[in-house]
Design a protein around this ligand. Structure first.
Ligand SMILES: Cc1cc2nc3c(=O)[nH]c(=O)nc-3n(C[C@H](O)[C@H](O)[C@H](O)COP(=O)(O)O)c2cc1C
Ligand SMILES: [Mn+2]
Length: 485
């Protein structure tokens, strides 16, 4: 059953012992961060701060900050179930004969039910405020001591592509500049930034309408961070994830739609070309990202529920909440990646690599140079383009076991021969690249080297005990009174 809205999700978390209410006052200035950081680092629950200093609204944080909570959010017992559902669609065959066609009907109905629906109103309109509002009413976090200010950290930013009219939803942090203006930190490579560029290219002196939803049902919120191809509507994907269409309502003041079940909606616009210094911000790399110029978002109207919950996250030294959100991406997108790259067995983004710094990938190697082909393919595949270091290993290596990868990969490389450097786009958050957004990347071919790859020496096997000896010593081990295993 799809969650109706955020409160529905909060109740589910609470029922499963995954949420703790904090009844006393806590300050959104740094204190909530310290709570959230300690909780995620110690496997603690999601936190609902019922009394927040300076605001009458509560704050929900860490709602996605464990694999269990990601499963609850996506209503599965195991994230791999989502991957299997995707595989089911990808492997769908053309039906032969009537019986096949009939069998297919439920799947078609399922697809039909995923498309977002426009509805005339929704809970996000319980309170509509055209003037007299201030962003300072909300318990917006000042996350880290060196941050440039308060930031909305879990916003669903909606905009429409001016050329195609297609909707996009991305999660881009927003720094509070004053009561009615914020930054819009969409990085160059993201869809919001592309819409903005297209509008500028049209040369018309217009504003760019943008609407921001804060808090919705968990699948809808989660879809904002997914690295979907530009033409895929996040709200369609959210409908797939929750097994029920996302209901969208039109904004009061601009031509953008938002989920009807949102907690809070900020409607507004960007003036094309208007930039302002944004940051610094304690980022998910574990470092402060430096201040830089980004567009300015002007809020014209705020709508919200009567008693909205303000949702937030913090990023910082890993692992944080975004690690678990990313881990689920890793699982969900594997079948899609394998459509293009069937040799890929598994991938892993270890927490220390903060997604873009390190991908471990195992492949079934069938021809010379295949590890390098996979690296280049990843560097050309959507947001995987940011991968600073890609390590390719053989299929017998478990990439989820970082220790095994380090051990085997280091044994298997002749660094000068097996490390490949390339130039290309890098993540905007990379502080070490020679230029912003442009720098080098490294691929490590840690697969077994073949004669056909110019390796003339013999390649040794990994040491393993014979299974019959293992079995016999299992017995003797017990007889000797030694501990199990
Ligand atoms: C908590 C969190 C905060 C994020 N903040 C930003 C941000 O400030 N700027 C940005 O460009 N991407 C940010 N991202 C990543 C984007 O949401 C992600 O790349 C998304 O796929 C972009 O969607 P798009 O391809 O539709 O633009 C953030 C992700 C998470 C989980
Ligand atoms: Mn998108």
């Amino acid at each position: 059953m799809a969650f109706d809205d955020l409160s529905d999700f909060v109740r589910a978390l609470e029922r499963q012992g995954e949420l703790k209410r904090i009844p006393f006052e806590v300050d959104p200035y740094l204190e909530i961060t310290e709570f959230a950081d300690r909780s995620v680092k110690t496997g603690g629950p999601a936190l609902l701060f019922e009394k927040t200093k300076g605001s009458k609204f509560p704050v929900l944080i860490n709602a996605f900050a464990s694999m269990r909570r990601m499963e609850i959010a996506l209503d599965v017992d195991d994230i791999n179930e989502v991957a299997e559902r995707i595989s089911g669609f990808l492997e769908m065959q053309k039906p032969e004969g009537l019986l096949d066609k009939l069998r297919m009907l439920p799947k078609l109905a399922e697809i039909n039910a995923m498309f977002p629906k426009i509805v005339s109103s929704g809970a996000c309109k319980e309170v509509v405020r055209h003037d007299g509002f201030s962003l300072s009413e909300f318990p917006i976090l000042h996350c880290w001591p060196g941050d440039g200010g308060r930031f909305i950290t879990l916003p669903l930013v909606f905009s429409n592509n001016p050329e195609t009219g297609k909707r996009n939803c991305g999660m881009y942090r927003m720094q509070i500049f004053d009561e009615k203006t914020t930054g819009m930190h969409w990085q160059k490579h993201k869809q919001g930034a592309e819409h903005y560029r297209r509008l500028i290219a049209e040369g018309k002196n217009t504003r760019m309408p943008v609407a921001v939803a804060i808090g919705s049902d968990p699948a809808t919120m989660y879809s904002a961070i997914l690295p979907l191809p530009p033409a895929v509507d996040e709200m369609l994907f959210a409908g797939f994830l929750r097994g029920k269409a996302v209901e969208m309502v039109k904004c009061e003041t601009c031509d953008v739609e938002v989920p009807a079940n949102s907690e809070i909606v900020l409607e507004g616009y960007l003036n094309l070309g208007e930039l302002r210094r944004e940051g610094p911000f304690g980022d998910h790399t574990g470092f402060y990202s430096l201040d830089d110029d980004y567009p300015v978002f002007h809020v014209e109207c705020i709508t919200h529920r009567k008693n909205p919950i303000y949702t937030a996250t913090i990023v910082g030294p890993p692992p944080m909440e975004d690690f678990y959100m990313g881990k689920a991406i890793e699982r969900i997108f594997l079948p899609l990646m394998r459509m293009q790259l069937p040799e890929v067995r598994d991938i892993c983004f270890p927490p220390e690599g903060v997604f873009h710094n390190l991908i471990l990938v195992s492949i079934r190697k069938s021809y010379p140079g295949q590890a390098r082909k996979v690296m280049h393919a990843l560097w050309g595949l959507g947001q995987a383009m940011f991968s600073k270091c890609i390590v390719v290993v053989d299929e017998d290596v478990d990439v989820q076991n970082v220790s095994e990868v380090v051990w085997k990969a280091l044994n298997n490389i002749d660094p000068e021969r097996d490390i490949q450097f390339v130039m290309g786009p890098v993540d905007s958050l990379d502080h070490s690249s020679r230029l912003p957004n442009y720098g080098s990347k490294m691929g490590i071919d840690a697969t077994t080297k073949w004669r056909s790859e110019g390796f003339a020496r013999r390649w040794p096997n990994v040491i393993e005990m014979s299974p019959d000896v293992v079995r016999r010593v299992d017995e003797l081990w017990k007889r000797a009174g030694l501990n199990r295993k």
